[in-house]
Design a protein. Sequence first.
Length: 320
Amino acid sequence: KRDTKDRATRGRDAYIIDTAIEFLEANAKKGKPLYMNVWGHITHFPVQPPKAFSDQFKDVVVDESKFNATMREKFQHCRELRGDIDEGMRNYLGDVWNMDAGIGRLLKKVDELGLRKNTIVVFSSDHGPAPVKLGGGRNEAPSRIDAARNMLGSPGIYRGGKHTQFEGGVRVPFIVRWPGHVPAGRVNESSVISFIDWLPTICKLTGTKNTAPNLDGENVSDIWLGANRTRTKPLFWRVGNVNARPAVRVGDWKYYQYNNKQTGPMLYNLAEDPGEKRNLVKKNPQVVRRLSNQINNWIATLPKEYTQPNKQKKKDKKKQ
């Protein structure tokens, strides 16, 4: 059960880490393989860390000139909500510090139970940093506005964030620890992997046989273990609603099959332009046609309910 008093001092994920540790302790004694998926809530909205954690960053002062356009827009939204940017950043950093402390407790327990050498630990996220702006703006409840001001996670040099298909929304940390197998301290900035690769990769690493031959992802265990290569399957993204147009990445190319008046279709070479600033659609018509065809072929494989317009979807529901 969640302990609200405990949350105020140890943070909102304390009970999740406690439960994970209890699971580890109970199953380690059995001497059997185990799989555990631990989903913490930090740094999701609302960002309201215990004071002891945010106080660690009490001297932080934000220099807006060092941030990209995505972050400068966040700072502006923070001001529109009458927020203090420095205080918001201190709270966000405090939340991250709180998360780090929780993960540290979990990893310490793995080591104490003697599981370090034969346990694969992966840390990642489901999307990039969320925006500051709330749907109701200043009409939101005061407590929600206070928390929204603290949503100051940065995508670094990348464009966009949560709710977008830009790199700031889909490029996330992916850290693997497996002593004796995964090279410690190595950073791979060129190989592209995705959570869609999770199942085939875990099956390969654990020696699981008879897996389905038509999985959407691919086995990237060699990349986890230190290899550097180009993935063999394209990656597709589609966010928002059923009317949203997809994006695809193949090699260094990323193409957005957008048809709105504001942007239209977009093509970027991520090796040369990771911040997605230079739209190369007009200069590379052959690449656009090839990637657009791949998107269309992918859409054809999706369930009907996912591809039809919203209005048609509502009509079909009424008929049922």
